[in-house]
Design a protein around this ligand. Structure first.
Ligand code: TAP
Length: 478
């Protein structure tokens, strides 16, 4: 049985969604070539707005605007560039409620997450990189750091504003100008960010936003006057981009998929670990590249831990993303829901055991209940492929060596988690795990000062921290 809910009307009135949006080029909203697409609220399937679809000529206009702005922006003293970044950071904070509500309506994520994670982390990134803009020569990246030029940036739909901040803040701090393409299903927060750039009096052309689908991203990545490509998204598209830029002099960073192991040893504080497991996989409906989608639990505590995990899952509230008590919001699109459904079906077919708490799903919109599979083997598709949804696969291990072997048995290497009371074990595991980020007794924690990025098929280059500056400066590969 499904249920109908009335989305909280007072939240909706906080944000002014226009019926249609153009492209943001040269500091102004301009018409595109004419084509457009609809963006919808995935929790209700209501159309939110008609958004311009940028074609190759539009992308070219945006790149030219960025090139023209580069001259002034790159020569501006770092201390002046910093003022703009600080201003943007403050406006993000001031307009935080509006941004959070818009992000939740366009993406489907719970408002408590957009309010407490996405928006503050986006502001924190601008504050952090504003601090670097006049100190680049002290970053250990050479005495006279020089920007690359025009950066073409393509981002996914799971953290639209946060990914935008991860891309734009370091690029601007280093003196580059940018053309950014948000994902087709979540363009609205990037367009509100464009308004914020206007409000901050950012010089025209320093930030340009081109909306559209994969073809728009492809046109941006392939544009001959783009010096730097920064991409976050799937490994399949990442490989395609690497092929597109091969043989050119473009610099590239790729932040791709993951299949993180969240490893719980028998000496771990179990309730704390259960919270970490729940946050690791159900945060943002599991639409998280670094989600702890494989739980590796030591055999001796597996039964006890699973009992507690299921009890905790029974308390998760799924429903209206604008309700402050909601833990699990909507799946971002019909397409993503179909993928999750297909992979979970493969879990059943391959003999794993599926469990979800009793959970009513709303009658419209895209939803998937929090789900755990036990009896999973390493050969199962749900243990190997990225589900990008609220689906946890549980495997067991006996010894630390077996945990390391199973955790590393994946083509990905973005993140991992370790739960243990032993400090020496944390250091040992961090050393052995082939993952860009290893969390200990916590999970899914983000900080602008920490570098983030993958091993193996999870990509290359780092975002965040001092290391995140390197990929926007000449000759400074870390
Ligand atoms: P993708 O389908 O790869 O899309 C990412 C972005 O690339 C979107 O803006 C997309 O446009 C665009 N795009 C699609 N085809 C393109 C092409 N041929 N050339 C250039 N751009 C193209 O990924 P997604 O489904 O949005 O996001 C989920 C994936 O992102 C997951 O694999 C996840 O792990 C990964 N992710 C990784 C990280 C990090 S930091 N490693 C963070 C978040 C997400 P459209 O949306 O319009 O198709």
């Amino acid at each position: 049985m499904g249920f109908e809910y009335a989305p909280a009307p007072e939240s909706r009135s906080i944000v002014d969604i226009k019926p249609s949006y153009g492209l943001f080029i040269g500091g102004e909203f301009v018409e595109g070539s004419g084509a457009s697409f609809k963006t919808i609220n995935p929790a209700t399937e209501e159309t939110l707005a008609e958004v311009a679809q940028a074609d190759e000529a539009d992308v070219d206009r945006a790149v030219r605007a960025a090139r023209q702005a580069f001259r002034g922006w790159s020569r501006m003293p770092g201390s002046e560039r910093a003022k703009y970044l600080f201003r943007i950071a403050r406006i993000i904070q001031e307009r935080g409620r509006e941004l959070a509500v818009l992000e939740t309506i366009d993406n489907g994520k719970p408002i408590k997450e957009s309010r407490d994670v996405d928006v503050p982390t986006a502001a924190a990134h601008f504050f952090y990189y504003a601090g670097w803009a006049d100190k680049l020569e002290h970053a250990g990246l050479g005495a006279n750091p020089q920007p690359l030029g025009v950066a073409g940036q393509v981002i996914p739909w799971n953290f639209p504003l946060m990914m935008l901040a991860w891309k734009i803040a370091p690029a601007l701090a280093c003196g580059n100008t940018v053309v950014l393409k948000p994902a087709e299903t979540t363009p609205l927060s990037a367009l509100l960010f464009a308004e914020i750039c206007q409000q901050a009096d950012l010089p025209p052309g320093v930030v340009n936003i081109v909306t559209g689908a994969g073809a728009t991203g492809q046109a941006l990545v392939a544009h001959p006057d783009v010096d730097k490509v920064a991409f976050t998204g799937s490994t399949a598209v990442g490989k395609q981009i690497a092929r597109t830029v091969a043989g050119t002099n473009k610099k590239v960073t790729l932040e791709l998929g993951g299949k993180a192991a969240n490893i719980v040893f028998d000496d771990a504080a179990i309730d704390q670990a259960v919270e970490g497991i729940v946050g690791g996989i159900f945060f943002n409906q599991g639409h998280v590249c670094c989600a702890g989608s494989r739980l590796l639990v030591q055999e001796s505590i597996a039964e006890e831990l699973l009992g507690r995990l299921k009890r905790r899952m029974g308390t998760l509230r799924l429903g209206d993303p604008l309700d402050k008590n909601t833990d699990i919001g909507a799946i971002n699109s019909a397409e993503q829901l179909a993928r999750i459904t297909e992979l979970a079906g493969a879990g059943d077919d391959e003999g794993a055991e599926r469990w979800s708490p009793a959970c009513e799903l709303p009658t419209s919109g895209f939803w998937f209940p929090p789900t755990v599979f036990t009896g999973v083997t390493q050969a199962h598709r749900i243990a190997r492929e990225e589900v990008f949804g609220p689906v946890l696969s549980v495997l067991t291990f006996r010894t630390p060596a077996e945990a390391v072997e199973k955790a590393n048995n994946t083509p990905f290497g973005l993140s991992a988690g370790v739960w243990t009371e032993k400090g020496s074990r944390i250091l040992h595991m961090a050393d052995k795990l082939r993952a860009g980020v290893v969390w200990a007794n916590t999970f899914n924690k983000f900080d602008p000062a920490s570098p983030f990025g993958g091993y193996k098929e999870s990509g290359y280059g780092r975002e965040g921290g001092r290391q995140g500056l390197a990929s926007y400066l000449q000759g400074e590969d870390l």
